[in-house]
Design a protein around this ligand. Structure first.
Ligand code: PAF
Length: 326
């Protein structure tokens, strides 16, 4: 009997320890983005990790996957929907393919400056768009930032839309952007970002367009000689979560993730602002010829049909609401 009791006690002890160990084992979540570990997205990913690990007292740990190691942005968004990816920091470039209401944000020359863009995204309209994500098997956590996009290429200085004529320009997988470049006379080539550097290197495309942040983080000076500060579109970023993970969380846990995403967005925006101040000089030091004093009016005129295409498909309402807020 004594032996039996000891055995039962031992099994009970093992079971209890097992439960205790389980309660303390941290849950690992993954977070992906397409840029290098020195980028503004990595600054945001670090802030997400720090905040979540601190708020949850180590119950959650975040594994960061930079440089497109979980795939391009469209692929990672699909990963969120099926639960292979937990969190993503992505531009809105490919998001319109999943949540058409967000196409409006990628219209060229929609916002004048950072202040205006951030203000709209931080308004009730921004919250409404975040909430829309859940109709499409995604969880919108916070509006982060990529930045105002500018054109780079390997052929010539671009000062007017005519200079872009015939250039093969890589665009994001975004119909609004593709149309805008077609209207400028360029030859838009949609492509996932992880393929871009090689495509530029091998001359499959002549140019691309991205914010200073991305041009710096990707060493594009190695494959692009000319930068024109066209600022033709504001590129928001968003912190997205997978409903497969988020739907199973308690209210408190959900709050930790929301706060982590807010901290991520804030840190990213600060880094974008820093690079807007310091990045152009760095690109010049690395040999890029930078055209700064661009007259944007002819570019605005050239891309107008992109607005018509957008409104004929999605109506005026969302556009008018954004313009009213701006
Ligand atoms: O060009 C893009 O695809 C995006 O701007 C990037 C670089 C992936 C950042 O979101």
């Amino acid at each position: 009997t004594f032996a039996r009791h000891s055995l039962v006690a031992a099994i009970a002890a093992i079971a209890t320890t097992g439960v205790a160990l389980q309660a303390h084992a941290a849950t690992e979540v993954n977070l992906g983005h397409t840029l290098s570990s020195s980028s503004h997205y990595s600054v945001g990913a670090d802030a997400f990790k720090e905040t979540l690990e601190e708020l949850s007292d180590g119950a959650y740990t975040v594994n960061e996957h930079p440089s497109g190691s979980l795939g391009g942005e469209r692929e990672m968004i699909e990963g969120l929907q099926i639960g292979t990816v937990d969190f993503v920091i992505t531009s809105t470039g490919p998001l319109g393919n999943f949540v058409p209401e967000t196409y409006v944000l990628d219209l060229p020359f929609l916002f004048e400056d950072y202040e205006q863009a951030r203000c709209v995204l931080d308004s009730d309209l921004g919250d409404e768009l975040l909430a829309k994500m859940s109709d499409h098997d995604l969880v919108g956590l916070a509006w982060s930032e990529n930045g105002f996009r500018h054109m780079t290429n390997s052929q010539r200085e671009i000062a007017t839309p005519a200079d872009a004529e015939g250039l093969r320009v890589r665009t994001m997988e975004n119909r609004v952007h593709q149309e805008a470049f077609r209207q400028m006379g360029a030859r838009p080539t949609p492509m996932a970002f992880p393929e871009l550097f090689t495509a530029l290197q091998q001359g499959t495309v002549d140019g691309q367009e991205n914010p200073i942040t991305v041009i710096v983080a990707t060493n594009f000076w190695e494959v692009q000689d000319y930068l024109s500060l066209t600022g033709h579109v504001y590129s928001p970023a968003i912190v997205l979560g997978s409903p497969i993970l988020m739907d199973g969380l308690s209210e408190e846990e959900r709050g930790w993730f929301m706060q982590a995403a807010a901290a991520s967005a804030e840190a990213t925006r600060e880094e974008v602002s820093r690079l807007e101040r310091e990045g152009v000089a760095l690109l010049e030091e690395n040999g890029m010829t930078v055209k700064t004093d661009i007259d944007v009016a002819p570019f605005q005129e050239a891309v107008k049909p992109a607005y018509e295409i957008f409104t004929s498909e999605y109506g005026n309402e969302m556009l008018e609401r954004v313009q009213e807020k701006a």
